[in-house]
Design a binder for this molecule. Structure first.
Ligand SMILES: Cc1ncc(COP(=O)(O)O)c(C=O)c1O
Length: 379
């Protein structure tokens, strides 16, 4: 199946009992059994739900994987991956990633004896010096949130294989429309489905996709044992979102290019972080592993003060000042005080995430309205 057909048909079959073309929302906690142990494959909704099953099949298909698992949030999906590990195990991850992932690693899992190395991942070879017999997982986010750094997935996959470690890629920013890490050798793909998969800012959800049956069994065991499962209504919303992912992403990419170039040419704007610029330090890798460059970007102002950034952040009308990303509507965000506030200031600044950095999630409105909105706000 070609991309568009795949996104529309992934996981959905007409409902066998009624022929309903859309997967029904099976709002039930349990299933009546004919006799003890004799059931239709569904026993209790924390373990199985038909709406979730359809979504999980769709999740697998859209990432070219064999298996998908849905979680109650993106961080719940990340949490499940780290629960594969044991005390003493080590993880190598980026020093520039979503603040909530950093918080989960540092504040929850470090105290259980898991060691995390937060390193620069723009040069994959940098990873090698942190590998040892305890390395069990390499975690990458590419493009990174919010600095749009790129990591070479195929190169890291080769390093992970050589070290017998799992590679998990947070593919939230790219979405499966732009990048498929399993095809590049990753063992696991993680998504905050809250973002582009849902696409309409109306659901919190996470996903894991993989090819290995054993890994799927271990993660399914964690999913049902720890219980971070999404409700059927939320599964329905993400299933519906996936059907339009390709058309939305196409427009996100077109608008993203227009807004990135507008910002770069604006006299009051200093740096623009967007991986579609030919002079982006990782442009060649982005071009190699992504189909286009998306609608996420960050920028700083020449008058690089928090006051000036706050003025711009509070002056847009179409770009709504809010956390999150990937919805049809454009959002503007201040990572230092919002999405990345959980990272200590020194750590943030050291890795280039300054107090005045502004992040944009460019939506699918008319691009001209978006640049006019930014022009008015930047002044
Ligand atoms: C790149 C990335 N990964 C993971 C997450 C966490 O996802 P959720 O908010 O659905 O738990 C986010 C949320 O912003 C994110 O941007």
């Amino acid at each position: 199946m070609k991309t568009g057909t795949k996104f529309i048909h992934a996981g959905t079959e007409p409902d066998p009992s009624t022929g309903a073309i859309m997967t029904p929302i099976y709002q039930t906690s349990t299933y009546v059994q004919e006799a003890p142990g004799k059931n239709k494959g569904f026993e209790y909704a924390r373990s199985q739900n038909p709406t979730r099953k359809a979504l999980e099949e769709a999740l697998a298909v859209i990432e070219n994987g064999k298996y998908g698992l849905a979680f109650s949030s993106g961080v719940a999906a990340t949490d499940a991956v780290i629960k594969l590990l044991s005390p003493g195990d080590e993880v190598i991850c980026g020093n520039d990633m979503y603040g909530g992932t950093y918080r989960l690693f540092t504040k929850i899992f470090e105290k259980y004896g898991i060691k995390f190395h937060y390193i620069n991942m723009q040069d994959a070879d940098n990873i090698k010096q942190y590998l040892n017999a305890n390395t069990k997982l390499i975690w990458i986010e590419t493009p990174t949130n919010p600095l749009m750094n790129i990591t070479d997935i195929a190169a890291v996959a080769a390093i992970a294989k050589g070290a017998n470690a799992l590679l998990c890629v947070d593919n939230t920013f790219a979405s499966p429309y732009l990048q498929n890490p399993l095809d590049l050798g990753a063992d696991l793909v993680m998504h905050s489905s809250t973002k582009y998969l849902g696409g309409h800012s109306d659901v919190i959800q996470g996903a894991l996709m993989m090819n290995d049956a054993d890994l799927r069994e271990k993660l399914y065991f964690i999913q049902k044992s720890c219980g971070a499962v999404p409700g059927p209504m939320d599964c329905f919303l993400v299933l519906r979102g996936i059907k339009t992912l390709h058309v939305r992403m196409q427009r996100h990419c077109e608008n993203g290019a227009v807004v990135a170039h507008f910002l770069r040419n604006h006299p009051a704007v200093d740096k623009v972080y967007w991986c579609g610029f030919e002079d982006h330090p990782n442009y060649e890798i982005a071009k190699k592993q992504m189909r286009d460059f998306g609608g996420m970007m960050s920028f700083t102002l020449k008058d690089d003060s928090i006051e000036n950034a706050t003025r711009v952040l509070s002056s847009t009308h179409l770009f709504a000042l809010a956390e999150s990303l990937g919805g049809v509507e454009s959002l503007i965000n201040h990572p230092a005080s919002m999405t990345h506030a959980s990272i200590p200031k020194e750590e943030r600044i050291k890795n280039g995430l300054t107090d005045s950095l502004i992040r944009l999630s460019v939506g699918i409105e008319d691009a001209e309205d978006l640049t006019e909105d930014l022009a008015r706000a930047i002044g």
